[in-house]
Design a binder for this molecule. Structure first.
Ligand SMILES: Nc1ncnc2c1ncn2[C@@H]1O[C@H](COP(=O)(O)OP(=O)(O)OP(=O)(O)O)[C@@H](O)[C@H]1O
Length: 725
């Protein structure tokens, strides 16, 4: 079928319509049964209520999907029998007829997206896939039938691309969308990378990384995942800023992921440390954005990198060991307990306590030194008192106050913020902790202070670069994970978006915060605008997560967001600092990139926006280099009869429409049209790769339209091909 063919010309349109009607009717019948309270009668009142509750939940879930029970089908053949499976967002079992639906996250659902011709069906049989078919269903009506592959027609039909392009040509929304219906084969494979094994999914801007991260969580909640299955309320997604986190979190309900925590690593770290009131600064970024002295920029970059170096975990470990062994050397325990009616004395001297502590430090237990030391102490006490098993509980209770007091003394004054800062600022402390781990050059970098010129806030604050070290102190002392009341449990899964911006030290800590292997990383090294916090390469991340043999790095090779014209320009910018960056976009035509130069910036910008609105675009971003520019621009545009909302802090919400925002907050967001305001060499210094990365982020935000606006000449990378290059 071609794009222009009327939707209902497919020869199977009528039978498919009939099948759809049958499915809707079967679902409605099932809903009626569930909603009929009288039928949910158990042996007693409590059972009846539970049954009614469960039925209510099932009904609520199914009712969300009656308007579009499925979006595709698979014709399969197993053991000589042909069968058509319908694939939807929610599984439905038709007990009395042929209208069942399999869910997209199930193992068999995967066959809809892959290019596989056969699979291993139950009972060791081989199944073959005869046909894949997309069924566009909206409001319980069949709109279109498109065959994606069909044995009878010689295999692939090109239909998958056709459906995709149609979807990509739609207007943007002010929320991230799910792509369950048009997931592409390589995305499907990445999303289903083995559960319980860390994975890095990398790809250019618009390749669907963030989208795939959320779909992977949905996939992980499916019963087919067995022991690796996770619950949404025990999953965590970390994103680079709150604007993006709120934008992306809107995809959760559609994927049945209500309850997943979506936040930034800083907010998460502060909340974990119980320091929600603290202000977070990123003084390195302030310097990089505002200071033109390249030597200072380099020094700041290096120091930030050193603070997040993977080896810092060992440094923190050695530091804590030194402090704790020092404290325990001054302590001893004198207690007594009644064992078998006899009061037995217990004395543990400093040397014994030291040995117990050393053993704990050497094990580096996940629950943290404090809990492990307390347990070791108790074990030693029970052994020395020769407590018979049946008396253990009672004796434990008797000893508890003394053991708890002693443990508190060993760990007295060990707070994440003060210990982290002491380590990073006191030369003698750092040198002793870094022995055998860091070389002299790195120690000097850590002791330098290139940020003296950047002001600190008056109120209590922590910088993003010191948070990982503070978190390391907390994790080693008390464990790390999800707080559940007073308990700490590993997250079922953690997704790290924009993983190129998180330090190897943070990676090592997050790996401890989740079930083994339950970390998915999404990232694009071309967009590393926070490279001072990030790894040098994915190899660093693999190292931090247990070595290259244990962590897969998968690549998404296609991009989906933008038109051919926008994608090509982005690729040109990225290739200047990342020669390996090759971007293949879905070939979707659009308007030529608009270039407006020579005149008042606000006037040119207003003109660009006017043209975009005229063309029917609704969500338009005016991307500036700095926060102050975004603020000022919004004001100036009012004089041009244009109402643009400024998004200038993380607290702002993106609700759609025309907005001005600085490039660092635009990251990850997308709009129908983007206008790069100040698209010149004075704003984005071509000699600094960091600036080119920012420029790349700015030009890659638009789905359908892009305009470049500059007072004078355009940036050399943005001129028309052949012009001034
Ligand atoms: N298979 C697909 N079908 C339809 N749309 C898709 C598909 N994959 C990605 N998209 C769309 O492409 C756009 C980019 O996706 P997403 O934001 O997840 O990419 P990204 O790689 O995280 O981008 P960035 O690096 O810029 O944050 C979104 O509009 C998304 O809906």
């Amino acid at each position: 079928m071609s794009l222009t063919a009327p939707p209902s010309t497919h020869p199977d349109f009528a039978p498919e319509e009939q099948h759809l009607r049958g499915t809707v009717a079967a679902m409605l019948r099932q809903l009626e049964v569930w909603e009929d309270r009288d039928r949910n009668v158990g042996a007693d009142l409590e059972t009846s209520l539970t049954l009614a509750d469960t039925a209510g939940e099932h009904a609520a879930m199914l009712s969300l999907h009656v308007h579009a029970p499925y979006f595709g089908s698979l014709k399969v053949r197993v053991a000589g029998r042909e069968q058509t499976l319908y694939v939807g967002k929610h599984a439905f079992r038709d007990l009395k007829g042929p209208h069942s639906v399999v869910s997209w996250e199930s193992d068999v659902g995967s066959l809809f997206y892959s290019g596989a011709l056969s699979w291993e069906a139950r009972g060791g049989l081989t199944g073959t896939i005869r046909r894949r078919r997309q069924l566009d269903v909206q409001g319980q009506r069949l709109r279109r039938v498109t065959d994606l592959s069909d044995d009878a027609a010689g295999g692939e039909t090109g239909g998958r691309e056709e459906v995709l392009v149609r979807r990509l040509s739609e207007a943007s929304t002010a929320a991230m969308r799910d792509v369950v219906e048009t997931l592409q084969p390589e995305q499907n494979a990445a999303m289903r990378a083995p559960a319980g094994r860390p994975v890095v999914i990398q790809g250019a801007a618009g390749s669907g990384k963030t989208t795939i991260g959320f779909h992977r969580l949905a996939w992980l909640t499916h019963p087919d995942r067995g022991a690796q299955r996770g619950r949404p309320e025990n999953m965590l997604v970390l994103m680079p800023n709150q604007v993006l986190a709120r934008y992306a979190a809107r995809v959760l309900p559609g994927l049945n992921l209500g309850g997943v925590g979506v936040t930034t690593p800083e907010a998460w770290a502060l909340s974990f440390l119980g320091l929600e009131k603290m202000e977070v600064t990123d003084r390195t970024l302030s310097l990089l954005l505002h200071d033109h002295d390249n030597a200072r920029r380099k020094a700041a970059w290096r120091r930030a990198k050193a603070m997040g170096d993977g080896r810092m975990l060992r440094v923190v470990r050695q530091h804590l060991a030194g402090r704790l062994l020092g404290q325990v050397g001054r302590l001893s325990l004198h207690a007594a307990a009644e064992v078998g009616r006899e009061l037995r004395p217990l004395a543990l001297d400093a040397a014994t306590l030291g040995t117990l502590l050393e053993d704990v430090l050497a094990r580096s237990p996940l629950e943290g030194y404090r809990a492990a030391f307390r347990a070791a102490l108790e074990g030693e006490a029970l052994a020395r008192l020769r407590v018979p098993e049946e008396e253990e509980t009672r004796v434990r209770r008797q000893l508890a106050p003394d053991l708890t007091t002693l443990t508190a003394k060993v760990f007295a004054g060990m707070l994440p913020v003060s210990e982290g800062r002491r380590l990073l600022s006191d030369e003698a402390t750092l040198r002793s902790a870094a022995q055998g781990v860091l070389d002299e050059r790195l120690i000097r970098v850590l002791l330098s202070d290139p940020l003296t010129g950047i002001p600190k806030p008056r109120r209590s604050h922590a910088d993003v670069t010191e948070l990982p070290v503070m978190l390391a102190v907390a994790a080693l002392l008390g464990g790390v994970g999800q707080r559940q009341g007073r308990q700490l449990a590993p997250y079922d899964h953690i997704v790290l978006d924009e993983g190129q911006d998180y330090s190897p030290l943070l990676y090592a800590l997050l790996a401890r915060a989740a079930r083994p292997g339950h970390l998915s990383v999404l990232g694009d090294s071309s967009q590393g605008i926070h490279g001072y916090k990030g790894p040098n390469s994915w190899a660093d991340v693999q190292e931090a997560l247990g070595g290259p043999a244990r962590v897969d790095v998968l690549t998404l090779s296609r991009t989906y967001r933008s038109t051919r014209q926008i994608t090509a320009l982005g690729a040109r910018v990225a290739s200047t600092y990342n020669p390996a960056a090759s971007v293949v976009g879905v070939d979707r035509g659009g308007a030529e990139v608009r270039r407006l130069t020579g005149g008042d910036l606000a006037a040119l910008t207003a003109q660009a926006v006017g043209e975009m609105l005229q063309a029917g675009h609704r969500n338009v971003a005016l991307v500036t280099r700095r926060v102050a520019d975004a603020e000022a621009l919004a004001g100036e545009l009012r004089h041009h009869d244009l109402d643009a909302r400024p998004i200038t802090s993380e607290q702002a919400r993106y609700e759609g429409g025309v907005v001005t925002l600085p490039v660092n907050l635009a990251k990850g967001l997308e709009f129908d049209g983007a206008v790069v305001v100040g698209a010149d060499a004075a704003t984005y210094d071509p000699a600094t790769p960091f600036e080119s990365r920012l420029l790349y982020v700015a030009v890659s935000r638009g789905l359908h339209a892009l305009a470049l606006v500059a007072r004078g000449e355009l940036h050399p990378l943005l001129r028309e091909a052949g012009e001034g290059e």
